[in-house]
Design a protein around this ligand. Structure first.
Ligand SMILES: [Fe+2]
Length: 390
């Protein structure tokens, strides 16, 4: 009984507003009332209304909303709705933070975070069960590849639940970066179409366009051992480097390499011997791309840390020993420059593969996806975790 002040906040994302009409109901402990507003939510706006309600609704528990459309269902990203009243009654907030689509009635509970045992009111318990049932129909599990973590059931980005997709602005930004990158590659391809590449300096032909200081430094010094070592801690994959506690068993030193063994042992004694072992890549079949067989190596790199802090490679073994093949060759900084550079390039290639598949795709994307899907399926919107999440 009395006057209520209602505020409806719409998201600031691109396309968050809607020209469809929104209808609202207040649901209190003693009753329910429909509001007579004709809301067409605008992007990034908080729209305020007042309404007198003759009935005594009691403490507000839920807010119901429905978006009507005639021809076009224009999705609306609702941030939250706050209701204050009647009189000096405290303000109740109903967080939404999702896309509202279709013509179904959406019920938003009052937003105080509650665990299951704290929702003593039967209405909240019922809402919680209903919400989890709905979520488990929307967020389903799928197996992408046997042996890998489960994923969300969706064949492409288009099949994802609306709230799991990129927001408009982020999607446009992503697509724009992709398109400009592709355009740059095409331009460089056309530019170099008629020139053959005969030396490493010919790479300069494609090294133009906007560049950072670091990019320029890498361009100047990519062949140096110092930059090669630096990348194990400052490159894309700083996860693999280990201080050696013994000489790795896979490092078979043929006769004639006693001097190298002595150097390695000296560094080991000093605690300045480091190793990067890509053994995880051993035995993985490589792809065939556009009819061309690709190759994967599983190298081992031994490095020493100089007193100045520089990390320098001492020896590279491209493949681990295998009983059916001769002892794998070892590459040294004293080898002919191109042979040594090629060995380092194979290591960089393996570093890229391991970083992308293990540390990036598996440990970040796939692991995060399992947690995200399980959270959406098992925890209702009122769970305190969503206060942190949003
Ligand atoms: Fe990624």
């Amino acid at each position: 009984m009395g006057r209520y002040h209602i505020q409806v906040a719409t998201g600031a994302w691109l396309f968050s507003g809607s020209f469809n009409r929104v209808q609202l109901w207040l649901v209190g402990e003693f009753g329910e009332a429909e509001l007579e507003l004709q809301l067409r939510p605008a992007r990034g706006q908080v729209e305020a209304f007042e309404q007198d309600i003759s009935q005594d609704l009691g403490p507000l528990q839920f807010l119901k909303l429905r978006k009507h459309h005639s021809l076009v269902d224009d999705a609306w990203f609702c941030d939250r709705i706050t209701v204050q009243g009647p009189g000096a009654f405290r303000e109740a907030t109903f967080p939404c933070y999702r896309w509202v689509q279709g013509e179904g009635v959406l019920t938003l509970p009052e937003g105080t975070a509650r665990l299951a045992e704290e929702s003593t009111l039967d209405e909240f318990q019922k809402h919680r069960k209903r919400e989890l049932k709905e979520r488990q129909l929307i967020y389903c599990w799928s197996t992408w590849k046997e042996g890998l973590p489960l994923t969300i059931a969706a064949d492409s980005e288009k099949d994802l639940p609306p709230d799991m997709k990129f927001h408009g602005g982020k999607r446009l930004n992503y697509e724009w970066t992709e398109k400009t990158g592709l355009l740059e590659m095409i331009l460089k391809r056309v530019y170099t179409l008629l020139n053959s590449w005969d030396s490493l300096e010919d790479f300069d032909q494609i090294f133009w366009g906007p560049k950072s200081t670091l990019c320029e430094k890498v361009h100047q010094r990519w062949q140096d051992d110092e930059l090669f070592g630096y990348q194990f801690l400052n490159g894309t994959n700083p996860m693999l480097l280990r201080r050696s506690t013994s000489l790795p068993s896979r490092l078979v030193l043929p006769s004639g390499m006693e001097e190298l063994r002595a150097q390695l042992e000296k560094e080991l004694q000093n605690g300045s011997l480091f190793e990067a072992d890509f053994i995880l890549l051993d035995g993985i079949p490589a792809n065939v791309i556009q009819g061309e067989q690709q190759y994967l190596a599983a190298p081992l790199v031994m490095l020493k840390m100089e007193p100045s802090g520089k990390l320098l490679p001492m020896v590279i073994q491209i493949q681990p020993p295998n009983a059916s093949y001769p002892t794998p060759p070892l590459f040294l900084p004293s080898d002919p420059p191109l042979a040594w550079l090629l060995a380092k390039s194979w290591v960089r290639n393996s570093d890229f593969q391991l970083q992308l598949f293990q540390y990036h795709v598996l440990n970040t994307h796939m692991l995060a996806e399992v947690i995200a899907v399980a959270t959406m399926r098992c925890l209702p919107g009122l769970h305190p975790i969503f206060k942190v999440h949003t």
